[in-house]
Design a protein around this ligand. Structure first.
Ligand code: ATP
Ligand code: MG
Length: 394
């Protein structure tokens, strides 16, 4: 006899009422999407958990896949059976015979308060049956095997194996953000952190051909294919940024070029975000990491918008960002050499404490409004889904 079902425990479900419903609906949907490739599974969600009936499918790869889905606290491998105590005892004995170890402990719980035995009584009966029918011994302090028996209204469940989930919120339950994606290490990690908070990322990249290479776009596609593990469908929009960058470098003193360039990026991102019904802009910035990421710099860049800018990595150091990028599988792609619009035009001495009034003054030197409008109206759309590029959709 084998365990035949996975019980998926909901993650940060402290929210009540309608939020709970949204959480459960979103997670059930995401679990279905994540497990699409496994034929034979039956997936059913209710207010307390999701049951995935295995129907003979090996549980290990299914558990691994579920561990990548945001919003899951824990996954238990269980066996479901009738509530008759004799049936529970027989099932427990058969199951525990398949486990490795010499000692065991029983933990029981009943949500059906009308059941004739209380949880202590259930544990005692089942433990006695195991002692009578196997060589195992009880050890309540340091057991090799812990068997959980749960008595619910509909049925009983038995389990010996729990796997941690990734926590967080189900993807999509908290809205959508415009993620500024460069080809570096940080922004894909930022995107991952947002996805884990239940936010769908809609990506935006500023490209300045011929100064930046087409290979950057391939690199971004590869990064998004990896991020598909956590968000199955991702759109990437490419902003034609060459004209604006050339204008900046023709008119603005070199130390302020990066600041002004970033202010233009934010202006464009805000318009694109609003068009796409995104609730915020997000970046991979981390305070102090480079010249454009001093707090003074962030303030001057941020000054062009009232729209929220999320910086999920703002207080993380590079070592931990790299660690996460290795864990999620983006690191090897991120370190491929490339020329970004930031690196190409990098000033020798960028201003580390740019001032808002100075930035505004330099921006009066050229007419950027029309160029911004043109850029926003000429985005290129790329869709990455299930680890591959797909044709555009409406
Ligand atoms: P990353 O590793 O994400 O490239 P970084 O440490 O290189 O970050 P910057 O180049 O200063 O830092 O970029 C800071 C953030 O600005 C990036 O994380 C990204 O969100 C955004 N960004 C920079 N360049 C671009 C670009 N060409 N297109 C879109 N977003 C960009
Ligand atoms: Mg970069």
């Amino acid at each position: 006899m084998n365990f035949d079902t996975l019980l998926v425990h909901y993650g940060e479900l402290s929210t009540k009422g309608n939020n709970r419903k949204v959480f459960i609906q979103a997670l059930t949907h995401n679990v279905r999407v994540a497990l699409k490739g496994y034929e034979g599974l039956e997936i059913k969600g209710n207010r307390d958990f999701i049951l995935v009936t295995l129907n003979g499918v090996d549980y290990a790869p299914v558990v691994s896949r579920l561990q990548e889905v945001s919003g899951i606290q824990r996954i238990s491998l269980i066996k479901r059976c009738g509530k008759d105590i004799e049936e529970i005892k027989a099932t427990a004995v058969e199951l525990i015979k398949g486990e490795k170890g010499r000692t065991f402990k029983l933990e029981s719980k009943r949500t059906d308060k009308t059941y004739p035995l209380d949880s202590y009584g259930i544990s005692r009966e089942v433990a006695d049956a195991i002692l009578d029918n196997t060589d195992l011994e009880v050890d309540v302090h340091n057991p090799d095997i812990v068997m959980h028996v749960s008595l619910r209204q509909e049925e009983a469940t038995l389990s010996c194996h729990d796997f941690p989930g990734s926590g967080g919120y189900p993807l999509g339950m908290n809205g959508k953000v415009t993620m500024l994606l460069s080809g570096g290490i940080d922004s894909p990690v930022a995107a991952y952190s947002l996805i884990r908070r239940g936010l769908v990322v809609d990506c935006l990249h500023f490209a300045s051909p011929p100064y930046t290479q087409l290979a950057v776009i391939d690199k971004l596609k590869d990064l998004l294919k990896v991020l598909n593990t956590y968000q199955n469908d991702i759109r990437l929009q490419i902003v034609p940024f060459t004209k604006i960058q050339e204008a900046i470098y023709a008119h603005v003193p070199e130390p302020y070029c990066i600041t002004i360039m970033r202010r233009m990026m934010v202006r464009i991102a805000e318009r694109v975000a609003k068009k796409n019904h995104c609730l915020a802009i997000a970046t991979g910035e981390s305070v102090g990491q480079v010249a454009s990421q001093t707090l003074e710099s962030i303030i001057t860049i941020n000054d062009v918008t009232n729209f929220p800018i999320l910086r999920p990595l703002c207080v993380l150091d590079k070592v931990s960002i790299i660690e996460t990028s290795k864990k999620i599988g983006t690191f090897d792609i991120s370190i491929r050499p490339y020329e970004d619009c930031c690196t190409i035009f990098k000033p020798k001495k960028p201003k580390t404490k740019p001032r808002i009034d100075e930035a505004e003054r330099y921006e009066t030197l050229f007419d950027y409004e029309a160029m911004i409008e043109e850029a926003v109206n000429n985005l290129e759309n790329i869709y990455i889904s299930g680890g591959a590029e797909v044709e555009g959709r409406a």
